[in-house]
Design a binder for this molecule. Sequence first.
Ligand code: UDP
Ligand code: MG
Length: 323
Amino acid sequence: MRNKPMLTIIVPCYNEEEVLNETMQQLGLVLRGMKERSVIHEGSDLLFVDDGSRDKTWEIIAGAMAKHDYINGVKLSRNFGHQNALLAGMQAAEGRADCIISIDSDLQDDVGVIPDFVEKYRAGYEVVYGIRDERKTDTRFKRGSAHLFYSMMGKFGIHLVPDHADYRLLGSLALQEMNLFPENNIFLRGIVPLIGFKSDKVYYHRKERFAGESKYPLKKMLAFAADGLTSFSVAPIRLVTGLGALMFVIAIVIGIYTFIQHLSGTATTGWSSLMLSIWVIGGVQMISLGVVGEYIGRIYSEVKQRPRFIVEQNSYVGSEHIE
Ligand code: UDP
Ligand code: MG
């Protein structure tokens, strides 16, 4: 059994003024409960990462920091996206926390299982995945698209932990390794299984959003899926090559056929087949170019090595610093 750990619960927030007070209350209760039961270190805290919100999110965080010393905050200079906000929190907590738990701010993930995460950590697990045991509360569309996402990723050889989002515990060892992944288009739930270590799962019921609306509309979800795919697999490139080879074989067959027709003098004016081939080939080429371009785009954004997020304020250090 490990000693009681210094725990940091990392909460990314983007325009969450409607839920934040309730979230702080509920997480605060869980944290205090664990401190009273001597499960975690007295210095354990909640770390709210404001991902460039345009509403009162930061005011709420700042107000809470003034009132409670177990609340900390990191403010990003603009909206960098959920994954980067999480990363900012993880980097801020590195070196201080023995383990971190990341959780969404909208209370969809059951805060009641946090002690179970910590128990697993104390039992020696370095990575603990929070798994939704049902998705009844998600819309049918969201469930369907999530299912499609996992099966598609699986086909491309990317093995994610199904029904696990970003509700997870990482021990300091795992955290340190995670923070060493330098990629710009970071897809955390794909990376966590890659770093290894002893892992376990905690199951929970996923609830409705407490208030406010999803910050993941269809467009962002599709972008997320594309990120996940292209930053982990070269399968689409191989697919293009295969498709090209197939087209080549078909072209030879058609060529021979046309030549025979020509020799036998029965070549008819093949307007429709001509048009068809032009369009089919044109289409395939366009798609292929698009896929290749997608990768070039990724390479472009990676080689630039721009900072993944910029911190405006960090209550741990009390001054500005840039990643
Ligand atoms: N979030 C963020 N930056 C963004 C979008 C979302 O930090 O650009 C946070 C958001 O505040 C929430 C979490 O990421 O805590 C998950 O977002 P949301 O609940 O909107 O996604 P859903 O649960 O609908 O997939
Ligand atoms: Mg949500």
